[in-house]
Ligand binder design. Sequence first.
Ligand SMILES: Cc1ncc(COP(=O)(O)O)c(C=O)c1O
Length: 391
Amino acid sequence: MPVPEKEKVVVQESQYYMPVFTRQPLVIERGRSAIVTDTDGNDYIDCVAGIAVNSIGHCHPRLVSAIKAQAEKLIHTSNLYYTELQARLAERMAKLTGMERLYLTNSGAESNEAAMKLVRKVTGKKGFVSTKNAFHGRTMGSLSVTWKEAIRKPFEPLIDGVTFVDYGDVNAIAGAVTADTAAVIVEPIQGEGGVIVPPDEYLAGVRELCTERGILMIADEVQTGFGRTGKWFACEHAGVVPDVMTLAKGMGGGFPVGAMMSRELYKFAPGDHGGTQSGNPLACAAALATIDVIESESLVEQSRYKGELLKKLLGELEPTYTIDIRGKGLMVAYESSLPVPPIVDYARANGVLLNNTSENVLRFVPPLVITKEQITTAIAVVERAINVYSR
Ligand SMILES: Cc1ncc(COP(=O)(O)O)c(C=O)c1O
């Protein structure tokens, strides 16, 4: 009998791939909209979206045709030359964010790396204030402002001068700022930390404090950007424009591309920063197509009302096991008194992909194109899982 595809992949990977990921036991072969299909032909409603990446759904036809068309024309040139796509994307992003300057990257960590270098350069200062439970990436700079000790400690010494303060508390930031603080780096809603929504006045307070004390505000919108929270960018909920904004995840609809945006005042000089493959034409074409789809299909609005439905349905689950339901748009957490890994396993066995940020928190970040019916089906499966595991 031939070895099933799944077993072959698992054996091959465990022999040759760097063992950094704890994977769920399925091999995904294809995707369409909010559904993915594994190598055994099973379909799943995807409530993970590649961790908030497949914003416009899997293989959106307009994204696919933009990538195909660009691949036939030009894939890479380096940044020694201009491309029309990069210039067009820069203008588009400036208009979307209300910020003036774009630098393109390939990931969220790289966007934060660029941001950290930029604020050091323009302020001449070295320190950062970050927040407890923050996640900003795994490169040396971005890891330095990431909270979790277990992932930071083995790689020390990281960069100096980082202070972590309670998330949601502007006074805590005020108390941590020194004469050498370059910037505060903050997620508008903490993602990996378990979808933590700060008090309403928090971001505006951070903005005001930064302006008053002459330090820069970096908003890490890597997870919250591109409609995820029911606004194009989550800072808009608070009416705040940061000095620097970092982006990635949903920006390319699944194609790896990220960005650092800054105000006109805060610019690198030629030679300060760069990347051979950053902003390559294929990535730019993917980002432009993704933005077009978000706009033309009103996915920001969809994120808002589908998120409300998701929270409503979670609110109807057996209350005995519900500790909290929180989030904005289609970035929602369900915190349970039950351990949630068995719920993730049950859901997968019953056609729904879920993700948990900790032992008790399920995080829902589905494609923004998920249908109301798919949301209803997914939560019905969660309900069945709760019934099974609470017995
Ligand atoms: C808020 C935030 N910043 C940065 C990152 C790092 O992004 P990447 O994994 O693309 O490097 C993540 C990833 O989860 C994130 O959620």
